[in-house]
Design a protein around this ligand. Structure first.
Ligand SMILES: Cc1ncc(COP(=O)(O)O)c(C=O)c1O
Length: 465
């Protein structure tokens, strides 16, 4: 079924542009009275924005009188959609802190990132060999130099991987797509943690995979339960994030890693180990590719350190399926662009990437400590050094209500719904990303709004403040 997908105007925040597009479509008769707006997740996917952005835009359009949200049913164009008819806005975070997106997983801002890119570009530009190399075709899985530089970067994070086992790709999402293309066909069964990375969920849907969601506890997935599930519903591949689970922040225990590796060998399934998200140095467990080398694809990316716009990452591939993976890469894009991989490698070889990494680790520690201080007495999961807080909500509070309340106060967070695989039910929980706020002060403002809204989630309360 096709859905209404607006073209967004240029300039301004995404949620504002979407709210404007809704108003415009209603004014132009493109959306009629009683029409239902698309489900938020689907529209977010179609527009390439977060669900939180769509939630916020729908909230704005409602506040301005264009649409109304009906509990449990969706958002509809109002009978008398005349716009700007409510008495006044709810108190906004912008009064104090401006608009704040704690949904997006961006690395913490620093001018060093741009400076590092400039330096890497200058080196490339002034080195004939590097510059002309950027114009040429190269081996599908990346040149030997690029793979060696990536091996150096991984070693810095404690991952000793032979450059021959590495394939340079277009980032973590591309690594997942290449792993899927190499290991799975439509109709195959994929197991994942029951809450997972939305990009993976979307790809599994597009590839028409059958999915199996595995419950998580504080040690990760339960391997004994997994063994029982495998007897009932054999799956070909298990995708997981053992180091830092998105969104719950859980780390798979050492014992379970070993049990999982043994089970994968016994039952003959593949493992895709996603290690894209940063963790505090020295906190990693034994990687699965070391425990089950012949059946594990390991994914890393520079998106959460250098920047997602570079579209560059690397995957470790068992040699038995190296050809399959490089053929998949060739079929998708022929090869990763040497210009982007070259910039990243220059960044690594100059030592700038390692310096940035050390700064980021310290910054994320400080942000986590700040969050722990502000959110004292509130139930959340998280680990120092990580990007996320995971908040199971108190009884009686729905994630959609809280997300809406926060959006009205200028704060975007992500409801658990965005991470649900297949038709698994969503817990009442939200994910808060503490890395992307422009400064610690802005983060603190946002977290105080979160704390106060959690204490008083009733909209009537805020209307009177
Ligand atoms: C767990 C996980 N895997 C993969 C990705 C995709 O990373 P990239 O931007 O390198 O494609 C993300 C991005 O947020 C992620 O959270």
């Amino acid at each position: 079924m096709t859905i209404w997908v607006p073209a967004l105007a240029a300039g301004g925040t995404k949620y504002r542009r979407l709210a404007d597009a809704i108003a415009q479509a209603i004014s132009a008769g493109e959306l009629a009275v009683g029409d239902k707006l698309p489900p938020q997740r689907r529209l977010a996917y179609a527009l390439g924005v977060t669900t939180g952005t769509v939630t916020r835009a729908y909230g704005e359009a409602e506040r301005e009188g264009w649409v109304e949200a009906r509990v449990g049913s969706g958002t509809y164009v109002r009978a008398e959609a005349v716009g700007h008819q409510l008495s006044g806005p709810l108190p906004e975070a912008s009064d104090k802190a401006g608009l704040l997106d704690l949904g997006l997983a961006l690395p913490p801002p620093t001018p060093e990132r741009e400076a590092g890119l400039r330096r890497a570009m200058a080196v490339m530009q002034s080195t004939d060999m590097l510059l002309t190399g950027a114009l040429d075709y190269q081996p599908h899985g990346g040149s030997a130099e690029h793979r060696a530089a990536y091996a150096q970067w991984l070693a810095g994070a404690g991952q000793e991987i032979d450059a021959d086992e590495l394939v340079v790709n277009l980032g973590g999402m591309n690594g997942i797509a290449l792993a899927f293309a190499s290991l799975l066909s439509p109709g195959d069964r994929l197991a994942t943690e029951v809450l997972s990375y939305p990009g993976l969920i979307s790809l599994a849907q597009q590839m028409q995979l059958k999915t199996l969601g595995l419950a998580l506890d504080e040690q990760g997935i339960d391997v004994e339960a997994l063994a029982r599930r495998h007897h009932q519903q054999r799956f070909k591949v298990l995708y997981l994030m053992p180091e830092y689970q998105n969104p719950t922040t859980v780390q798979l225990s050492e014992r379970r890693r070993r049990d999982l590796a043994a089970l994968a060998a016994e039952r003959d399934f593949w493992l895709i180990e996603d290690d894209v998200l940063p963790v505090a140095p020295g906190t990693r467990g034994t990687p699965l590719y070391r425990l089950a080398p012949e059946r594990t694809i390991y994914l890393a990316s520079v998106s959460k350190l250098l920047g997602g716009g570079l579209r560059s990452g690397v995957m470790r591939v068992p040699l038995s399926i190296m050809t399959r993976v490089t053929v998949a890469l060739r079929n998708q894009c022929w090869m990763p662009p040497p210009l982007m991989a070259g910039l990243v490698c220059e960044w690594i070889e100059s030592g700038d990437a390692a310096r940035l990494s050390a700064w980021q680790a310290a910054e994320m520690d400080a942000r986590y400590a700040l969050a722990a201080d502000i959110l004292q007495g509130i139930d959340y999961a998280g680990r120092t050094g990580g990007f996320y807080l995971w908040l199971p909500l108190p009884a009686g509070l729905r994630a959609s209500t809280l997300v809406d309340q926060l959006a009205r106060r200028g704060l975007t967070v992500t409801p658990a719904e965005a991470f649900c695989i297949g038709s698994e039910p969503a817990p009442q929980a939200i994910r808060v990303c503490i890395s992307a706020a422009p400064t610690r002060e802005r983060l603190a403002d946002g977290l105080r709004i979160l704390r106060e809204t959690l204490r008083n989630p009733d909209p009537a309360f805020w209307q009177t403040v």
